[in-house]
Structures are given as structure tokens and as C-alpha cells.
Write a new protein. Sequence first.
Length: 766
Amino acid sequence: MAGTVVMVNNPFQPAMKREVIVVESSLSIRTWLDHQGITEFSQPTLCLHNGRALLREEWPVTTIKEGDFVAFVALPAGGGGGGGGGKNPLRTVLMVAVMVAAPAIAGMSFGTGIGTMLAEVIGWGAVTSLATVGVAMAGTALVNALIPAPSPAVPSMSYGSVGGAVPAPSPTYSLQAQGNEARLGQPIPVIYGRHIIFPDLAAIPYHEYLNNDQYLFQLHCIGQGEYDIEQLRIEDTPITSFDEVTYEIVPPGGSLSLFDPDVVVAPEVAGQELLSPSDGGDWIGPFAAHPADTIAESIGIDVVLPRGLYYANDGGGLDSRSVQWTVQAREIDADGSAIGDWISLGSETHSTATTTPIRLSFRYSVPPGRYEIRLQRTDAKEENSRVGHELRWGSMRAYLQGSPDFGDVTLLAIRMRATDNLSQRSSRMINCVVTRRLPVWDSSAGWSTPSPTRSIAWAVADLLKANYGAELTDDRIDLTALHTLDQTWQSRGDHFDAVFDSGTTVWEALGKLLRCGRAVPFLQTGIVRMVRDESQSLPVAMFGPRNIVKNSLRIQYLMPSEETADAVTVSYFSNRTWKPDEITVSLPESQSEKPAKVTLFGCTDATHAEREGLYMATANRYHRRIITFQTEMEGLIPTYGDLIAISHDMPSWGQGGEVIGWDGNTLTLSEPLVWKEGAEHVIALRRRDGSVNGPWSVIPGGLDRQVIMTDTMDMESSIGVSEERTFFAFGVSESWSQFARVLSVRPRGERVEIGAVGDEDAMVAL
């Protein structure tokens, strides 16, 4: 046997979606693919040869030899349109395999990402890291290896195009004038928390006339899901101040009763004058009332008498006049060819005496079908200058059959009567302040019914579960961690209030959501997990000279320069003014001359923005020590963000070694100890599961390698008879080891490389 090839079609379920093929003879990777009839993969695919990612140009020159492992891993990809039926470009799957810049996937290895899933298929020795920790130092960039700083402030938050549509600026965060518009081909908004929204038009607005008053009908889409409507306004004025406005909120699955939503306005009809045959006129039209493949059940016709209808008599008064016309319809096919005879919809007469322009609307029921319409005046037009007798065809509408399915969205229906109080501009300035309704999870009760919430946690859960998101099941989400994080965020007053109305990926949206709560997402064994940068006191693992590979410890100090940021300007969207605002935060003794500008998307509170700005400034000053080392399989214990303890004599991080003897409270150690006069000394021991026991206060024993515990130990120590000896870390109580937060865990054959950032005391209070 030469080697083995594994085809992984779904990295989210590698154990179920894989094919293992034995290669009997040595041949190049490209030749093997040709033998399998594979010229090109149907989706982006990663090739790993013995754990190393290969470029395509290397496939013809890389041979599969005996014992070699080759894996072809199909990367997640996908999209979704922003069309009807509740679909949305947020429907892209988690694009974790190509998010090499995401810090949460910086260590895509066991315990920290997609590398874990690969390892389940091809073995630990063949896994390679797909990303590295990136620390930007150019210009006034902020340094934070654990929780990256948000993106710089930009005028309009447009997150790119998904599904082929041309990306458009966000109507919510654009610096241009806001208003209601039809954003064809763009995402249906997804709102989390409490926010203002100028809802998009969900259908073409149209108007009708009643008693010579014009009524405008507009249907708006507030967003995906269900919302509580706190305020409904035209510009800055509550809509209740306008007696001529009627509205209806239609929740997901509800029915609209205020007006017909599915109406098509024929653009060809635009005020053509109607003349009778005696005036040399003819039929106006025919014009198709609606597009192909649509079925109308009624036709709407507007006629206008722009000069009114009257005769100015000799006495200075007005005499009545009449006008007559007829409306006909004919059924047509998709090509516009007639498939029926002309039928009369109505022969109308209108009489009055007024100089006021007259506008009349008529609606005619028709058998279901597609129609073209024509109109003709049937009475002679009086040309006398003392007569108002002009008749024009104002507009035409087709009321389509059935009710459209708008999907799982909340709609706002508006019916306006045109008055001096409402202008054409103000009719497109409808906005509302809404709060998203989301279910809340509890370990005992499960999911609740949707309720208003600004929670970061349940917005994360919705994004991961919804059909416009990742569409994951509950077992693919760390709901227990989300519940715990939710309690932390609620106690701190951290909320997420934002509108996703531009194309983005689920992973990018997830990162923005969690960043508002000082957290990042990562994948572990196919489960989406989250970690927040917060104070930790119990290390999950301890590493010292006995389990750190010799000469593998490296410490990189990221030294500040003249261009390093010395303050942070946080841009946020104020919930007081519903306008962009900013706040600058710096540490004591900082000159604040080179602030780094960041946008904290989803933050709407000045206190929250200031708190996060202070955190970023502190991390920028203190998260500058990157530690890497290699160890054995115990390196697979910690995961991203975990606290570990490192003892090593080279940087003077305490002393480390093994326990070689145990007699009551007296421990005999493998190394002689250095005691500091007048200081309190402690010792910490590694448990069987790799976690840390202690530290415990100790005093010198009878020998230079002995210590006496001042308290009774609550664990059993191994001195190497049937298992590995217990490791220890020893030193002064404040410096017995260096605490660090894990950034990456990368298998390296039979070893594991851990990357971490020093955990400084200055970060604890934040």
C-alpha cells in the first residue's frame, strides 16, 4: 500500500460525510485525481498532504508515497438572495474555512476550530493550522491578540455583496438623507435589540381617489422576524399627529386587511386625453394592465378632469356639464397576443358644476386572467373657453389574484389621505423605533415564546438558527455558554442594537454581534462556541520545564513605536439622537495625540462605548507579550481563550519540575529550590486531568529539594511508579508562574504547539 486519500465532503460532519480510498501505487496527486475522473471540484476544496496545505501548482509534483495521508476537504460556501419569501443574503453558511483573519480561528486545530473536525478524519499528525495570530502594528492600529478591535469607522457600513447583487450602502447608517425606498436585490433587514428603522417598501405604492381626495397606499417591510413597535413617526413627528394617516402592523404569518397589497400600476398610462370619434379621437390604448405570468381579478381606472366640469353662464355662475366614456378589456397571453374578444367593463357618466379639478377612481371585476385595457370618450368635447370639459386617463392598476407570501417578516401598511399636512417628501419619511422579539433559552425550560429583548446572546442564537442565518440545530450551538454570557452581559448593561441591511456572511455578522460583548466565536468539534475576555483565576492546565519541549519556548514582545495609538475613539450610533456619535478614551498619563478610530457596531450607549474604549486602550498597552511553546498531548487540553499557567526558569517565571517523594505534608522535588528571604512562597501541582491544584503556601523542608505544606493537601500525588510524576510550579506567591490566555493550539506530529498572550493584572478590572 502506498498511502490513503480521504475525501471530506462536509467538514461540519466529517465522520458521516467522508470517503476513504487506499492508494496501491505511488503516483502524483494530480495523476490520482485524473484516474478518479476529477478534473475540477464543484466547490472550493483544500488539499492537505501529511498535514501541509498544498497549492494546486504543487499537485502534479507531489507524490503519494507509502504511509502518506492526503485529504481533500470541501470548504463551506453558499449564498442566498434578498428576494421575496423571507429569503436574505444572510443565508450564507458559516464561511469558517476562509476566515483566516478571524482571531477565533487563529488556531484551527484541536480544540479551536475546523482543524478538530479534520483531525477526526485524518489523524492528529496530519492536521495543519489554517491561520496564524495576526497582530497589526502599522499606523495607529490597536493591538489585542485575544479579542480584536472593531473595524475602523466608515461613512456607510456596506458589508459587500452576496448572491450576485450589487452591494448598496446601508440606508440605516448612511450619511445621506434617510427615507423609504424599494431596495431591489438587497437584503431584507434583520434587526436586533432596539433601533430606529426607515422600513423599505415591500410593494409598489399606488393611489386611488375617493370623493376627490387622493389616498396613497404604501406597504413597508420592517424586517425579518417579529418586533414590538415603540414609536411610529413621519420624520420626527408621531404618526398619531396626522389624522389623515391610518396604519396596520402585520406580524409574521398575519394577513393584511387595510388594502390590497398586490397591485400593479401600468406605467404606459400617464394622463392621455380622451376624445370622442366626433372630435377626431379614437380609442386610447390598448395597454397591458399587468406583466406576463400574473393573474388579475380586477382592474382599476383613474380619470381626471383637470379643469373641472362646468359652464360659466352669463350671470357669473356655473352650470352643470356632463362627460361620458367607456372602458373595455380584452384577455391576452404572455406574449401580449389577444386570446379573447373585447368586453365592456363600464360606460361611465359624470355630471357636476365645479372649477376644481376632478379625479375619479373606478374598479371593475374581471374573470381571472391577463388583460389589456382601452378607453374612449363617447360625448363630444365642448371647445368653448367658458366650458371646462377636458377628460384625461390618469392611471391604471391591476389588482392581482390571491395574497402574496412575504415570508417571516413584519409588515407596516400605511394609508394616507393627501392634504396640506402631508407632502410627497414626508410620505417617504416614515420611520419607527422597534425592539426585536426573540425566544430565550433556559437549560430547564428550553426555548420561551418570543419576547422583546436587547440581549446579545439571543441575537447570536437567532443568527445561528434562523433561515436567514446559519440554520444550525441546537446541538450545534453552545447554548449553556450563551446563557452564562447572557447573565454577564445583562449585569453589565451590554446590549446589541443594530440593523443588518447590507450583504454580509454569517461569520462576519456573528463576529460583530459578539464583539459588542467583548467576545469572539470559534468552532470546536462542529459546535459554535464563544469566549469572552474576562477575568479568570483558575488555570485549566499547567506547563513547565518537564512538559515544555526543550528550546521551544519563544517570547515575542510587540514594542510600541511613535505611530502606536495612545487613545481610542469609539464611534457608535446613539440611541438618544439616532445619529452617529463618538467618544475618545485614553489611559492615565496618555497624551491622546494619536487616537485609533474604531466603530463598535451594535453599541448605542455612551457608557457602553466608553467602557469598551477603555478596554481596547488597556489591551493595546498590555497585550503585547506573545508566548509560544511546544508540549506533548496535554497541549490538547486547553482551548481558545482558556487561562493556563506557565513556569520556566529562562524568563524567571517561577521554578518547575516533578514531585519525586511524598511523606505527609512534606514533598521532595526533582529540583533544588531558590528561596527569597522575607517572601511568602507557594507551590502548585498538576492534577491527573492537567488542571492546577493550588497554589499552596509552603515553607522550606529539611533538604534544599524539600518543601513542607502548611495546609493539608486535597489530592493524591504520583511519584512515577505506574504513571507520570506530578509536576509542580514553585515561586513567590505573586510570581510562581506566568498566566496566559490561549490563542492557538496546533498539532505538530506527536507534539502540540500552543500560542498564548500574557494575561496581565491590568486587564482584570475591565
